[in-house]
Design a protein around this ligand. Sequence first.
Ligand code: FAD
Ligand code: NAP
Length: 444
Amino acid sequence: MTQHSIHPVHDLIGVGFGPSNLALAIALEELAQRHGKALNSLFIEKQQHYRWHGDTLASQSELQISFLKDLVSMRNPTSPYSFVNYLKQHDRLVDFINLGTFYPCRMEYNDYLRWVGEQFAEQSAFGEEILRIEPERASNGSIEQLRLVSRDAQGREHARYTRSVVVSTGGTPKVPELFKPFKDDARVFHHSRYLSGVEQLQLAQGRALRIAIIGSGQSAAEAFIDLHDSFPAVKVDMIVRGSALKPADDTPFVNEVFAPFYTDLVFSKPPQERASHIQEYHNTNYSVVDQGLIERIYAVLYRQKVARQFRHAVMCRQQVEAVTDAGEGIELSLRDLTLGTQQTRRYDAVILATGYERSSHRQLLAPLEPLLHNYEVDRDYRALAVPELKAAVFLQGFCEASHGLSDTLLSVLPVRSEEIGQALYRALGKAAPASETLRAAANA
Ligand SMILES: Cc1cc2nc3c(=O)[nH]c(=O)nc-3n(C[C@H](O)[C@H](O)[C@H](O)COP(=O)(O)OP(=O)(O)OC[C@H]3O[C@@H](n4cnc5c(N)ncnc54)[C@H](O)[C@@H]3O)c2cc1C
Ligand SMILES: NC(=O)c1ccc[n+]([C@@H]2O[C@H](COP(=O)([O-])OP(=O)(O)OC[C@H]3O[C@@H](n4cnc5c(N)ncnc54)[C@H](OP(=O)(O)O)[C@@H]3O)[C@@H](O)[C@H]2O)c1
């Protein structure tokens, strides 16, 4: 039953406290100084203890973006929330410089994000999952407030009220239809549950299991190398629909599609041109692997040939056509997409490195759906809505189709969070006149 605990009406509730809303919390703190007014904001995170894609944090995994694209530096390199300041505070700045890399390991970046989050403890609630976002209709029909219903770790429901919401709930693991009947089977799991899934398989006890990895993106490649490095008895087949493992294009000219100015460029185009742009640069992010990792996988396979001991395989052009529980294992029927031939292979476990969907905002905002324009947003990420919906709804991470490929990534967080922050001040009628803002900025 929903507990109607007495809560203030917030100016803003942020749903999820991952990188997108962490960046927003920092931007709002700066804007509060500039506008001379702080928003009454709260960020709600379903994890009890924050971890950044925590169940995928294999020890070798590295950030795929320069640390200079942290939560704030591109907007304000003097911010105390920079990655460089995190290093300084943890007495590792010199050692990090000695590493000579732009790409810290993801475990360290996870720790950086947690360190930033701790500094906003008073504006955050952990261990509560938002279940739905509902309109609160006033007697004149207009909707000035939203009601957010959450569930805590004890299963109790809570209601909170807010004048605006920023939904930043990230991706949802994509499970292909054929594997859906195995959702409660510990032998089949999505890569988002990699570490706990592997632990349940008890590989550390030297079990000689055969494991299939489905997919050929960064997640699949990281799982392959981690299983190879960590569990010498395990045999892995990477099952790939495409014709080869392909490298992520991160060359400098192409990388400009992740620059802040590119958002304007994409947004200014008609929908068809936006879609073809995203398709053209798909290989910067999706179904691709960091080149160094591809080379490591190739070297592993080559050494097998030299030793004539064939432990792993990368099987390209293979379509999974059926999945059967064969008692002793999971049987995959595979069709060779070039030859048309069929084979059945039995595995002890299957890891689905099959990517992510971006749909959680639709579930949360379903009660508002009749008031929205199919979740389309304006340039400042505010959902387009009918005039009676006065409460502002913003989306982060669900706007790739209109704002470009950086939308699901870390690439433009410092700039996007400022854009949303400014739009929030305007929507809530709290923006200081331009002249005052300029004066405050000059004095800051
Ligand atoms: C394994 C992996 C590695 C990645 N590495 C990189 C990288 O190196 N560089 C890069 O640019 N991008 C990377 N990405 C892309 C990733 O989307 C971004 O890095 C980043 O996590 C996006 O931040 P976010 O806050 O929008 O979403 P998320 O990080 O997904 O955060 C969403 C948060 O919302 C919480 N949440 C979800 N639903 C609810 C709810 N109903 N109520 C309350 N809380 C909720 C979640 O627990 C989570 O903490 C990676 C993605 C994955 C899966
Ligand atoms: N170290 C890191 O920073 C790190 C680690 C992991 C992930 N990431 C990021 O996370 C994001 C997602 O990467 P990801 O590797 O998880 O996903 P992804 O790039 O979307 O790749 C998904 C893979 O699954 C395959 N696939 C999807 N549905 C399938 C089906 N029904 N049958 C067979 N194969 C199927 C796809 O094949 P097709 O190509 O044939 O469609 C593709 O190879 C990216 O931004 C990536 O950079 C980063």
